[in-house]
Design a binder for this molecule. Structure first.
Ligand SMILES: NC(=O)c1ccc[n+]([C@@H]2O[C@H](COP(=O)([O-])OP(=O)(O)OC[C@H]3O[C@@H](n4cnc5c(N)ncnc54)[C@H](O)[C@@H]3O)[C@@H](O)[C@H]2O)c1
Length: 327
């Protein structure tokens, strides 16, 4: 098992599950910047999009398997064809999907990581970085939420992510494999899925405004989230991965809270929208507060945070450029 400072990306062959998705595709870009010898992506394109890897493909080191990482034989095929050193596990189905298909939202989060962990214990690769989520904490019982905060999932999506965390921790404990967990809070930035019903709040609201729709606030808007710009997340994840002891987890968060009400108004202002904002009932199982501690992350790495208004403006510009303004 490597010590705390020996995990490196340079000259390593890396497998990224869910690598055609939002954070995954930015991670692929950063892996190439950091000298990965090859990057293999498995993504079933549930919401992932091969276009997200257009820049990455230019390096000639990326292979995309359009396949399902929940299927053990699909994962087996990759390890048979590629000599993988490191794995980043990002595959998931969006939280909102758990209201449509609660069992599969749970199962995806569990089965993908089990397929990987079982390969790792048989020696198929060296180290794994598993992506957890702030959703595992549920609503805060104390603030800011640090890594010791109790895990109180409120959806099957989050329950599956808790189960995945526990699987990583128990495989490390039982088989002495090298695996650690990064736990991002809400991410935003270019390439996030903007299509309902699975879109996150920023692309969803931008998409509504740009297409003559009406923005919505659910449940009063006082609920808060800790928004992290996606490129800050991937850099922090890779820097933390270099140092985080096996079996441990670390939050990736800004240590700031933005209320949903403020967020919607900022998006409206930046897109020059002054029309109606619909007030809708609270969503079932919506967590009230996500104010995180990033003290552990800062003790490990030098964490750069993009100011929220700058990141938001960058993000909205990407959506306007990519999908146009149809007002
Ligand atoms: N976006 C956020 O705000 C956020 C916050 C905290 C944690 N995370 C975590 O970060 C990771 C990446 O999230 P994201 O926002 O990029 O989501 P995303 O939905 O954009 O990416 C997930 C990718 O996994 C793919 N996928 C789904 N099921 C699959 C399967 N069975 N086999 C292969 N691929 C499959 C999807 O097609 C998609 O491309 C996830 O583990 C998520 O839990 C995200």
């Amino acid at each position: 098992m490597p010590n705390q400072t020996t995990r490196s990306i340079e000259n390593k062959a890396v497998l990224v599950t869910g690598g055609a998705g939002f954070i995954g595709s930015h991670l692929v870009d950063e892996l190439l910047v950091r000298g990965a010898s090859e990057v293999v992506v498995i993504d079933n394109l549930f919401v992932g999009n091969p276009d997200n890897l257009t820049d990455a493909h230019a390096a000639g080191k990326v292979t995309l398997f359009k396949d399902d990482a929940e299927i053990a034989s699909s994962v087996d095929a990759i390890f048979e064809q590629h000599d993988i050193d490191l794995v980043f596990n990002m595959a998931t189905k969006a939280l909102n999907y758990s209201f449509t298909n609660p069992a599969n939202a749970f199962a995806t989060n569990v089965n993908v990581v089990l397929n990987l962990l079982d390969h790792q214990r048989r020696g198929s690769f060296e180290s794994m970085c598993h992506f957890s989520t702030s959703e595992v904490y549920g609503s805060a019982v104390y603030e800011p939420m640090d890594e010791a905060h109790p895990r109180h999932p409120t959806t099957t999506y989050a329950a599956g992510k808790v189960a995945a965390d526990l699987a990583v921790e128990s495989y490390v404990n039982m088989f002495d494999i090298d695996a650690c967990i990064v736990r991002p809070f809400n991410n935003y930035g270019p390439r996030q899925n903007h299509l309902p019903p699975l879109a996150g709040i920023i692309p969803l609201t931008a998409n509504r405004i740009l297409n003559n729709g009406t923005p919505e606030i659910h449940g009063g808007g006082t609920q808060t989230r800790d928004f992290v710009f996606v490129t800050d997340t991937v850099k922090a994840a890779l820097d933390a991965f270099a140092k985080l002891p096996s079996g441990e987890s670390v939050n990736i968060s800004t240590d700031n809270e933005v209320s949903i009400d403020d967020l919607i108004h900022m998006i409206c202002d930046q897109l020059g929208y002054s029309g109606e904002i619909l007030q809708q009932p609270a969503r079932a199982a919506d967590v009230a507060c996500h104010h995180a501690s990033n003290a552990k992350l800062r003790s490990l790495i030098d964490f750069g945070i993009t100011p929220f208004d700058e990141g938001l403006s960058n993000t909205l510009a990407w959506y306007v450029d990519r999908f146009g303004d149809h007002r």
